[in-house]
Design a protein around this ligand. Structure first.
Ligand SMILES: [Zn+2]
Length: 104
């Protein structure tokens, strides 16, 4: 299994892009800070504000399930994937090339 350059994946894929692909609908917006239902534990109520995300920092956290991290980690947590699987599927969904690390 070839390696993946995770740094490049993180640089190419923004938090806004991941939120869009997850169908995230914020219930509150303050500049780049959004709150809303959590795509990781799948908040039952669409009016939930347990999930907090900052677009500029590219970080999220949920006060309910405790999940937190960057855009790639959010994609992995929401789909129950390993970081490796998350990087591959996310690149495919967004339409960027997977930055494989080729070893000589
Ligand atoms: Zn949560």
């Amino acid at each position: 299994m070839p390696g993946i350059d995770f740094t490049t994946v993180r640089q190419r894929i923004t938090m806004a892009e991941v939120l869009g692909r997850l169908g995230f609908q914020p219930t509150s917006v303050r500049g780049e800070a959004l709150r809303g239902p959590c795509p990781v534990h799948r908040s039952a109520s669409p009016g939930s504000r347990s999930f907090s995300v900052h677009l500029g920092l590219g970080r999220y956290r949920c006060f309910r399930c405790g999940s937190r991290g960057n855009a790639l980690e959010l994609w992995a947590a929401a789909h129950r994937l390993s970081l490796y699987e998350a990087a591959v599927t996310l690149c495919q969904v967004v339409g960027v090339e997977v930055p494989w690390i080729t070893r000589w």
